[in-house]
Design a protein around this ligand. Structure first.
Ligand code: A3P
Length: 320
């Protein structure tokens, strides 16, 4: 079992080779604690479970991929660093948000001594709530989760994967990818279980887990940014509010601003998943809109996803 594998020093390969496997995508996915992973990310998840130690004051930004991770990283980073840098020298202007807030199961795995610029206590992860390192869930550290309408998430993922593939090999046809996604076999899927894990945690431990919807952050950025800042322990004072600091942070982190920065237009970051290792920073900035699924999916496909969402979330109190 996985437990035994974790207790004795087995290699990740040993652990992973015992897991259920899905060969529907270009790279095989493995089912671990109820969620699907590609091998290199799963190594990072297991490593974090075995080794990560929370420090007081750590803040965790959690998400299902393509749900607004980059945006949440930028917002939290801008909130936490607003008094460390003057507006013209914030690292967000010259570094990709992913290089400002490390991923637990990727960056920490590669370099356990890593921290964000300035030794900040901000971390990000796509690990589902139930699989988070015990050291996080046993602590009182703040956890923020961002989620997004599954239709837009699937479409965002589809475009992202095509970008990753960058003409190097043929992708999975969209109909097949959609079917796999609906069945839950996609990176960190099933999305609904991922969302519900954090949703329930936010209801049970409202002081530890803040649950944000991408759509709400878009529609009422001021309200949700202030709530986020307060929750993570960096509330904006009345004086800051009257100086327009809330608006400034929103503008700094807006899709328009970030996506037009040189670093995000032409820069590259290291990404182990990509052959050659370098990933275009602009792959994380596509449209940033609500409802773009309509430009790719048929209305039948949209309805199918909505039906699954309704069924899976029924009784939870959560809707999209
Ligand atoms: P689209 O593909 O729909 O445009 P993640 O950051 O979790 O990988 O999610 C990527 C999605 O968030 C992409 O969605 C991307 O365009 C969008 N995004 C990136 N930065 C954003 C920002 N500052 N504001 C709003 N959306 C943003």
């Amino acid at each position: 079992s996985i437990k035994e594998a974790q207790d004795s020093p087995k290699t990740y390969e040993d652990i992973i080779s015992t897991l259920p496997k899905d060969n529907g995508w270009k790279k095989p996915l493995y089912l671990y604690q109820g969620f699907w992973y590609i091998a290199f990310q799963l190594e990072g998840v297991i490593f974090a479970q075995q080794n990560f130690q929370t420090q007081p004051g750590d803040i965790f930004l959690c998400s299902f991929p393509k749900s607004g991770t980059t945006w949440l990283k930028a917002l939290a980073f801008a909130i936490v660093t607003r008094n460390r840098f003057d507006p013209s020298s914030n690292p967000l202007l010259t570094k990709q948000p992913h290089d400002c807030v490390p991923f637990l199961e990727m960056d920490y795995f590669e370099n356990p001594a890593i921290s964000g610029p300035g030794g900040l206590s901000l971390w990000a992860t796509h690990i589902p709530y139930a699989s988070l390192p015990k050291s996080i869930t046993d602590s009182s550290c703040k956890i923020v989760y961002i989620c997004r309408d599954p239709k837009d998430v699937f479409v965002s993922l589809w475009h992202y994967l095509n970008k990753l593939r960058a003409d190097k090999f043929e992708g999975t046809p969209i109909e097949r990818a959609f079917e796999l996604y609906c069945n839950g076999s996609s990176l960190y899927g099933p999305q609904w279980d991922h969302v519900l894990g954090y949703w329930k945690a936010s209801l049970e431990r409202p002081n530890q887990v803040l649950f944000i919807q991408y759509e709400d952050m878009k529609k009422d950025s001021i309200f949700h940014l202030k709530k986020l800042a307060e929750f993570i322990g960096y509330p904006l004072s009345l004086e800051e509010e009257s100086e327009g600091r809330v608006q400034k942070i929103i503008e700094l982190c807006s899709f328009e601003n970030l996506s037009n920065l040189e670093v995000n237009k032409t820069g590259k970051r290291t990404h182990r998943e990509v052959e050659g290792g370098k990933m275009d920073n602009n792959a994380y900035f596509r449209k940033g809109e609500i409802g773009d699924w309509k430009n790719l999916l048929t209305s039948e496909m949209g309805e199918k996803l909505d039906n699954i969402t309704e069924k899976k979330l029924s009784g939870s109190g959560l809707t999209f």
